[in-house]
Design a protein around this ligand. Structure first.
Ligand code: IFM
Length: 463
């Protein structure tokens, strides 16, 4: 099989499904319409109009020589109603038809499909009754997965059950920047993680039953945590703790089949009730889906009671993107060679292939920008892309079985609480008329993909 070169996206950030905002179908559509929740005041009602323009975007993928694409399914619009006791609902036929058209045109263009089932947006009715804390969430997710497996399973090459579960719970229950907007609610955060693990395990079973040929995983956001003060043992402790929770809690639970909070949480009465085995969880991961962007300096923060999560340092030491994220390609190598090492082999010692399912660089440009050359000469993104690909290549040479790289993102899109301003696209979107323009990063990426190698000039620059 040739290397998978692709791009990644998600439905809410790109789709612009008309009725979603109009009828308030998802928690994110409602949240983004409440004043103050989105930094630049924008909404995702139209986003990059993938719903109406997927043909154009698939043609762009092909023109860039890409052979893989990842997106997600709009759960909220597919199954907008709460289940009545005992009865099952029919999925929105128009939307199902749309996904069939998207996925089959990708296949017809020779593009492998990666499909994410939960990428941060919940049906409103489920969010209203507690989201991932609702006792119905896991069953509903299983039902949703079953519909997709039966209806569109034939078009999906790789499944991702859940995207970045720890980012999701952190933003929703600790920072409060995302729905449900709770701050420092650690118990709910970990209870949601437990239910997300159960949901993943159920979905894995369903997909194995209906689509046994397609590998299933979840996408983990990996972020190396670095002690701000190398001499300070408390900063080291904070980093150790953040790493155990943010990077490892989900994959470690999958490899053991148990949910175990790290010390000291596991000694606390309230949290202890969450620990324990999760049905069907053990080893439910066929490949490793790695999202990597940056590293994070952390430090111990004085507080009572002591906060074992510490806090993120404000300092940065390298060039940063407009998200404030340091450009640290060495981190990609570290993640691939060291951090994911405990999960590279399944219980039968079969090696799991690795796919970089996200990696990208943002630059801020107001959503009001229209015609002109702005942002097209994106040398910073080219440097980011190439330096990270060099790290991926080094990891392959070191023996890691990386089979694909999907850049985040194909087009500019809606960056959650930051709105439409951060532009992650290889392809610029002019939100005024939705026209697409290739950035320099797109054409450079297309050349790399065509040659299946990084030009020597870039490699020399790196060494
Ligand atoms: O845009 C997000 C995506 O939805 C999940 N991973 C990180 C990206 C950039 O923040």
């Amino acid at each position: 099989m040739s290397f998978l070169w692709g791009a990644s996206a998600s439905h809410f950030q790109t789709e612009g499904y008309g009725q979603e905002a109009e009828l308030g179908l998802s928690d994110w559509s409602n949240w983004s319409h409440q004043p103050g929740n989105i930094a630049d005041g924008s909404v995702a009602d139209k986003a990059s109009e993938f719903y109406d323009r997927f043909d154009t975007d698939i043609n762009i993928l092909s023109s860039l020589n890409l052979n893989a694409f990842r997106t997600s399914i709009n759960w909220a619009a597919l199954l907008p109603d709460a289940p009545e006791k005992g009865s099952k609902r029919t999925p929105n036929p128009k939307l199902l038809e749309y996904y069939k058209r998207v996925l089959s045109s990708l296949q017809d263009s020779g593009i492998k499909t990666f499909l994410t089932l939960f990428h941060f947006a919940l049906p409103s009715w489920l969010a209203d009754e507690g989201g991932w804390l609702s006792p119905r969430a896991v069953d509903e997710f299983r039902y949703f997965t079953e519909i997709l497996a039966k209806e569109i399973g034939q078009y999906v090459d790789y499944w991702n059950t859940v995207n970045e579960p720890m980012v999701y719970v952190y933003q929703g229950y600790v920072s409060g920047y995302w729905p449900p907007g709770q701050k420092c609610d650690y118990f709910s955060a970990f209870a949601a993680v437990r239910n997300l693990l159960s949901a993943h395990a159920e979905a894995y079973q369903v997909l194995k039953e209906h689509c046994p040929q397609s590998p299933v995983s979840f996408a983990n956001h990996w972020r190396p945590f670095i002690p701000l003060r190398a001499w300070n043992p408390l900063d080291h402790m904070v980093c150790y703790f953040r790493d155990r929770v943010f990077n490892h809690l989900f994959p470690f639970s999958i490899s053991t089949g148990r949910f175990e909070l790290p010390v000291p949480l596991s000694h606390m009465q309230e949290f202890r009730s969450l620990n324990g085995e999760i049905k069907n969880l053990k080893d439910s991961m066929d490949y490793l889906a790695v999202n990597y962007y940056t590293r994070e300096f952390s430090l111990f923060a004085l507080s009572w009671p002591p906060d074992c999560f510490g806090r993120q340092a404000e300092e940065s030491f390298l060039k940063v993107s407009d998200m404030g994220w340091e450009v640290y390609p060495e981190g990609m190598y570290k993640v691939l060679v060291k951090d994911i090492a405990p999960y590279r082999f399944d219980a039968n010692m079969k090696e799991r292939p690795v796919v970089i399912t996200e990696n990208g660089y943002a630059q801020n440009f107001s959503p009001d920008m229209t015609e002109g050359e702005w942002s097209l000469e994106d040398h910073e993104r080219v440097d980011y892309l190439v330096s990270h690909l060099i790290s991926v290549h080094k990891a392959i040479k070191a023996g890691v079985k990386v089979i694909g790289y999907l850049h985040w993102s194909l087009t500019d899109n809606f960056e959650w609480a930051e709105g439409l301003t951060p532009r992650f696209g290889l392809v610029r979107v002019n939100y005024f008329d939705q026209s697409r323009s290739l950035r320099k990063s797109a054409t450079e990426y297309a050349k790399i993909v065509k040659d299946n190698s990084i030009p020597v000039s870039f490699q020399l620059k790196e060494s």
